[in-house]
Write a protein that binds this ligand. Sequence first.
Ligand SMILES: C[S@@+](CC[C@H](N)C(=O)[O-])C[C@H]1O[C@@H](n2cnc3c(N)ncnc32)[C@H](O)[C@@H]1O
Length: 207
Amino acid sequence: MPGDRLHRIRRHYEARVAPHRETYDILDWSSRESQEVRFTVLLQILRQAARSDHVLRLLDVGCGMTDLAGFLERHRLPVRYVGADITLGILAEARRRSPRRCLLAADVFTAPPFAARTFDATYCSGVFNLSLGNNDDFALAALPRLLDLAETVAVANFLHCRCRRKYEHCHYFDPAALGAALERRGLHVTLIDDYLENDFTLVLRRP
Ligand SMILES: C[S@@+](CC[C@H](N)C(=O)[O-])C[C@H]1O[C@@H](n2cnc3c(N)ncnc32)[C@H](O)[C@@H]1O
């Protein structure tokens, strides 16, 4: 990722880190509920993919404070969780709060530190939210790479252009346009947009 965009992402999230601040607030979600309703979409997909003889391998790109790992534990879905993020201050705070979780600093879309199909599922929640001037192009390049790393499914959520209250620093996607562009690149896309007014999820598979 070009240095100026990387610095903008890091500056935004690192400025929000404070020792006693709620994790959802550090990550710029409006509430714990809105963060977790996004995770619930993934949970339902993972439950469908789960098998009794195999623990799902899950890569959480843009893992933030690794709240997803705690959420899946509470919902009793065992996974082999790996979190990756590019914001070092966020990773340091995540490690301080949850020292046992498997975390790494990596720009997974530019220089993936894993071979293709290393995971059963790959996931991004909130990674495309900050407006960087190239969000549509970036998502179109990043999502096929997210699917490359997955054996079965890649899942990502985005802020929805239909939402009424928009923030200047955020980017809002058109799900129809993004989905169609990904289909033209050969991905099979399912849209889920019935859980929050301001959000949608794309479920990506190989055709
Ligand atoms: C809105 S927060 C969401 C964190 C977490 N996924 C959650 O839902 O709790 C977005 C996170 O994505 C990270 N991020 C943004 N762009 C990224 C990229 N290209 N690669 C990895 N992480 C990225 C940020 O550093 C930040 O921690």
